[in-house]
Design a protein around this ligand. Structure first.
Ligand code: 13P
Ligand code: SF4
Length: 361
């Protein structure tokens, strides 16, 4: 990763916004409340407070031809107030690559903004929160991968997309939560190195048992590592006693015993789609084993009344970006908010991402 001087997010209310008429604010507040669909937390008064920010962000985006991408775990004011594209990391890397706009603002953690730069090096990629890391991406360096490669010469190396550009530059292929099983099983030979997620690696090891040996690393997502199979079993027992047919949906960054207890395993976007589908088909009792942003999106995107059971966990890195940071980065980005990567790193990392696109489609 290039050297950055991390700066703290702007305190709320510290940025002077443009002034808008009462009618403009009211119309924007109504639009926001309607789109976010969580009247308890995002009532009209709250929406009025953020309306000047979303109005100016949307104005600057169209004036400067900026494509604003937000990961599903960003807060609803960003997702439904200003984003042009919202999804999981696989879909968003394609959205960044294919966007005709020459400037992309990526509201998410750092590795996703770096990925956008790798797949579209000629574009300007803005990342409003340089301090937003990820425990998986921060668990491994390029040097660690080089050591593994020299220990296991000739063994293909797959890395989860939650890694720095420098790590991607060292591996044969990248994978995401949408395609790690399919891609890893298609790699040549009977062994592979999988970095850095030990929990996803455990699941992959079980999936490939008898076909391929998986050499794992020891990173983990601190959010998804908190969930246990035991918790799910106890919720299943409690809900079954009340006659509830609980559907458990989990993200593949969870431990293998969580995955074994789950009805559906998938990316942030796949879990949202599946929860909505289950609700529409008459299974409204759903336990989501993932970050809280997925539940926010489900609430916003379905008319069906769902009973979301259990507690989600919030990713502190994903929640670092605020509308103020986005507005400030659009008005006058600080150097650390513009993604700059070494040309050689981009060239080598783009090969592992291209290989992912090839094997995933
Ligand atoms: P998705 O690709 O499923 O959105 O996952 C990214 C991530 O960081 C999950 O913690
Ligand atoms: Fe990283 Fe986990 Fe946060 Fe996703 S949820 S960005 S994997 S720390």
């Amino acid at each position: 990763m290039s050297m950055q001087m991390p700066t703290a997010p702007l305190p709320r209310g510290s940025l002077m916004t443009k002034s808008y008429s009462k009618d403009q604010i009211e119309a924007e507040a109504l639009r926001l409340r309607e789109a976010i669909r969580q009247v308890g937390l995002w009532d009209l008064e709250t929406c009025r407070t953020i309306a000047p920010l979303t109005l100016e962000i949307n104005e600057l985006k169209s004036q400067n031809d900026v494509f604003l991408i937000a990961h599903s775990y960003q807060t609803p004011d960003i997702v439904y107030g200003v984003a042009d594209s919202v999804s999981d990391s696989y879909t968003l890397s394609k959205a960044a690559r294919d966007a005709p706009q020459q400037t992309i603002l990526f509201s998410s953690v750092r590795f996703m903004a770096e990925t956008a730069k790798i797949v579209s090096p000629h574009k300007t990629v803005l990342h409003p929160s340089p301090e937003a890391g990820c425990t998986l991406a921060d668990s491994i360096t390029a040097e660690d991968v080089r050591e593994l490669k020299s220990k296991y010469p000739g063994v293909p190396v797959a890395c989860y997309i939650n890694t720095s550009a420098e790590v991607k530059a060292e591996v044969d292929v990248c994978v995401t939560s949408s395609n790690y099983l399919r891609i890893c099983e298609r790699l040549p030979g009977d062994r592979l190195i999988f970095v850095p997620d030990r929990l996803m690696g455990k699941h992959l090891t079980e999936y490939l048992a008898g076909r391929k040996e998986v050499i794992n690393y020891d990173g983990e997502c601190y959010v998804h590592a908190t969930f246990t199979g035991e918790k799910i079993r106890s919720w299943r027992e409690r809900t079954a006693a009340q006659g509830i047919d609980l559907k458990v949906l989990s993200h593949p960054e969870c431990d293998a015993d969580v995955i074994a207890e789950s009805d559906v395993v998938g990316s942030s976007e796949a879990l949202m789609d599946e929860a909505i589908r289950l609700g529409e088909e008459g299974s409204p009792d759903i336990m989501l084993i993932t970050e809280c942003g997925t539940a926010d999106r489900i609430r916003a995107e379905t008319e069906t009344e769902l009973n979301l059971i259990g507690t989600c966990v919030m990713c502190r890195y994903m929640k670092m970006t605020q509308l103020e940071d986005i507005l400030q980065a659009l008005r006058d980005p600080r150097p650390e908010q513009i993604i700059e990567l070494n040309a050689d790193v981009i060239e080598r990392a783009s090969r592992s991402l291209d290989e992912m696109f090839r094997l995933a489609e």
